[in-house]
Design a protein around this ligand. Structure first.
Ligand code: SF4
Length: 482
């Protein structure tokens, strides 16, 4: 939409910035004699935009980016095939016609020979340069790829195990989403391990966090250096780099070992919505009822182990019980047990976390043990266990606490442990996928693309169906389609 201004050679053009996935954000560009000279927010449309018509500071750099003498304006072709640190790749600009003819020519050659090589791998690979780039961003391109047939999409996309970003894998399992986010309009306490949201969360995200702080939300920022986000947090806790997992383990220890978990955790949710009372056999698999093959829970009301979906009055959460049953392992391995002593999953957790005291965590992370205890206690005090909130006419649990992890925190060494600890902390207080807590975003790999909830289907053991790949000699997928 063009708007005339005083001078005929000067106009203001309404457009948007989509430089990052936090956008699109609305703006206007002042254009003088065909040259963009200035950016500004577009308040005329502020009521229609979660960012109130604003752009962030990065958008103001778009003018420099557009007119940079180093900007790449056409496809680039490598002319030196020798690859080494000391070799100049010799990239030269080429026309779009030449680029399209080159790519189409190579693809035609492959179509005329074989889409797959001698080992059965696709000869064509496609990379989009961004992990989990949603297919809805790509127009009709996915349809073209599907029409071609087998294409290697695992190459270079930087996702899943390749980017080490453990949060994505946890997110897809626990939230059916590639990216998880805090419910900032409702949250009251955020424990942020290196999540630099006030630099990277985009206009709407930063604004929502600022509003939350104004209404009293407390954010505790745990990170080695004080980032912008740490600077405006209620508290900054310095920590030795890459020891966040130890810190979070110390917080969990405080909650379930030092405090009385029956008093401070969301026991109802743990009993009903988690595997806490499920019995574990000596080989590490569920103890199952031999007749129905369903996992067993020990009912303290009549001292009997029962299939998980029976009428269970008082599920045993801790300790061990003498039961008979079977275990079913990988590839249908089976073990039969008569009157053996087995523990519940929750007892296994208690045993596992016993050694990770706040003092141990202090040695690892340099965060004082007493500070770790205070964080755990504050987290519990803000969890509002038992409270509900009405959202669009529906009464839902209200758990306004969250744990955010920065990119380097959930990458590489300790990344898996941090994601596990974050998910565990939220599970202990019932803050997964409820108002105020952590929720999945709309960026996801699971299908269908229009709803993350639709892909969560109940399985036979009382959890989401998530079949692992077949590993038997006969059944393994020799030619997987990625
Ligand atoms: S957050 Fe900033 S860079 Fe990202 S789309 Fe919005 S204005 Fe552009």
């Amino acid at each position: 939409m063009d708007q005339s201004s005083k001078n005929s050679d000067k106009k203001s053009v309404a457009t948007f910035c989509y430089q990052c996935v936090a956008g699109p954000d609305l703006m206007k560009v002042e254009v003088e004699d065909g040259i963009a000279t200035r950016m500004e927010s577009n308040y005329e449309i502020q009521d229609e935009h979660p960012g109130g018509g604003r752009v962030c500071v990065k958008a103001y750099g778009l003018i420099q980016k557009t007119y940079s003498p180093h900007r790449i304006k056409s496809p680039m072709k490598r002319t030196n095939p020798i690859k080494s640190r000391d070799e100049d790749p010799g990239f030269v600009p080429i026309s779009w016609d030449e680029a399209l003819d080159t790519v189409a020519g190579k693809m035609k050659d492959i179509f005329e020979t074989n889409l797959l090589d001698e080992s059965g791998y696709p000869r064509i690979a496609a990379s989009f340069g961004g992990g989990g780039t949603p297919t809805q961003y790509m127009g009709s391109f996915p349809a073209l790829l599907a029409a071609i047939g087998k294409i290697d999409l695992g190459f270079g996309s930087g996702q899943g195990v390749k980017c080490y970003h453990s949060e994505h894998l946890y997110g897809e399992l626990w939230h059916r989403a590639f990216i998880v986010a805090v419910d900032s309009p409702h949250v009251n306490y955020i424990l942020s391990c290196g999540h630099n949201g006030d630099a990277a969360a985009g206009v709407a995200g930063i604004w929502r966090h600022a509003d939350a702080r104004v209404r009293g939300m407390k954010r505790v920022q745990v990170e080695p250096h004080q980032s912008v986000t740490g600077g405006v947090a209620a508290e900054w806790i310095p920590i030795k780099p890459k020891t966040d997992a130890a810190f979070l383990y110390g917080v969990i220890h405080r909650i379930i070992i030092e405090r009385d978990w029956r008093e401070v955790c969301d026991v109802e949710r743990l009993e009903q919505d988690s595997n806490s009372p499920y019995l574990i056999g000596p080989n590490g698999y569920w103890m199952r009822d031999p007749a129905t093959e369903k996992p067993l829970i020990f009912d303290l009301a009549d001292n009997t182990a029962k299939p998980f979906d029976s009428d269970i009055q008082t599920p045993g959460m801790e300790g061990s019980f003498t039961v008979s049953g079977i275990e079913i392992g990988a590839d249908e391995d089976r073990w039969t047990h008569d009157n053996i002593e087995v523990k519940t999953s929750f007892q296994q957790l208690l045993d596992h976390m016993k050694e990770y005291t706040p003092e141990w965590a202090e040695e690892q992370s340099d965060v004082p043990a007493e500070r770790i205890r205070t964080v755990a206690d504050e987290f519990l005090a803000n969890a509002c266990i038992g409270q509900t909130i009405e959202v669009e006419g529906e009464e839902m649990p209200f758990r306004p606490v969250a744990v955010l992890l920065g990119k380097t925190v959930n990458n590489g060494w300790g990344g898996y442990n941090c994601c596990w600890a974050r998910t565990m902390l939220l599970t202990l207080v019932g803050a997964l996928e409820v108002p105020g807590g952590m929720v999945g975003s709309n960026v996801k790999l699971n299908r269908p693309a229009d709803s993350r909830q639709k892909s969560a289907v109940g399985g036979p053991d009382g959890f989401m169906e998530f079949p692992f790949n077949e590993t038997t000699k006969e059944g393994w997928q020799k030619s997987p389609s990625i």
